[in-house]
Design a protein around this ligand. Sequence first.
Ligand SMILES: NC(=O)c1ccc[n+]([C@@H]2O[C@H](COP(=O)([O-])OP(=O)(O)OC[C@H]3O[C@@H](n4cnc5c(N)ncnc54)[C@H](OP(=O)(O)O)[C@@H]3O)[C@@H](O)[C@H]2O)c1
Length: 311
Amino acid sequence: MEYRKLGDSDLEISVIGFGAWGIGGAPFWSTEGDHPSCKAILKAFDLGVNFFDTAPVYGFGHSEELLGKTLKPVRDKVILATKCGLVWDKEQLGAISKNASRASILKEVEQSLRRLQTDVIDLYQVHWPDVDTPQEETMETLLEIQAQGKIRHIGVSNYSVEQMKECLKVGNIVSLQPEYSLLERSIEKETVPFCTRNQIGVIAYSPLASGVLTGKYDKSTKFKDWRSKGIIGTFTGEGYENNIDKVDRLKALAEADGKTCGQMAINWVTAQRGLVTALVGVKNENQMEENLRSVGWELSASQQEKIEAIF
Ligand SMILES: NC(=O)c1ccc[n+]([C@@H]2O[C@H](COP(=O)([O-])OP(=O)(O)OC[C@H]3O[C@@H](n4cnc5c(N)ncnc54)[C@H](OP(=O)(O)O)[C@@H]3O)[C@@H](O)[C@H]2O)c1
């Protein structure tokens, strides 16, 4: 496993991180059960993954609880990242709202510390920008809980360059977590260069486009989970069908080299300039094991050219 420094921090994180959204289960995803989820977490740890990313909203606390319980015996060897700023009044998809106010963060951090069974969160990220709360209030609160020793580093997720500039006026952020994959490359032009200039590490989420880049779905697939709801990503209609055409071509390229489509897609993400880690979501240890074979090799110049031609 390769480890890279996360932005302007002392964290050395694995180039593949464990994304714990899926194992949180309902109402977003269906899982194979907590036992396979825990085995996937432990497999990742055994194979060198030291970076685990979750959020309170993933399974409404369940993802944080599973990670906390499973990683407790090795807590000092792992880097735990969670988030704040998404709250819910009922355990339903439609009942989630943004709130990065001082009152909300002070409450949320205590809940996350308890669920994660830890005294300190290594990376605490604002999940989505909350335009109703002044950026100053959010950052000052994060600096306050950092000074209290409850969080080590501050990060943001889904922020624009302008929103990150506002944060930097108040204090330091060490990371940005945006969506990034062969099917979603909008951060390349402005966001990644800005992050590089400001020592903000880029943590890619959904590097498999939430499963599409594994090549296991086709044009007739009907998703039954959050992917049918149009929250993020493209899982229906013409856009989805065009993506499947591209994925079919990537699959052929990968198979010609003895790789899976997903392995080639993850490898590509981790090889991009400015990228620190790819957060991969899995449902069991076999998926984890397969995905960890995405690193330790390089795409040839000819493969890179062919990939650029497809996407
Ligand atoms: N900050 C944010 O707003 C945000 C948003 C989204 C995600 N994230 C983070 O990024 C992480 C990953 O994102 P993600 O879960 O959307 O997507 P992803 O890693 O792009 O895709 C995960 C899905 O791919 C499939 N998969 C993965 N490995 C596989 C394998 N070896 N064989 C077959 N199928 C495989 C599984 O689909 P099936 O379930 O169909 O088996 C899995 O649920 C999340 O867990 C979370 O930590 C953050």
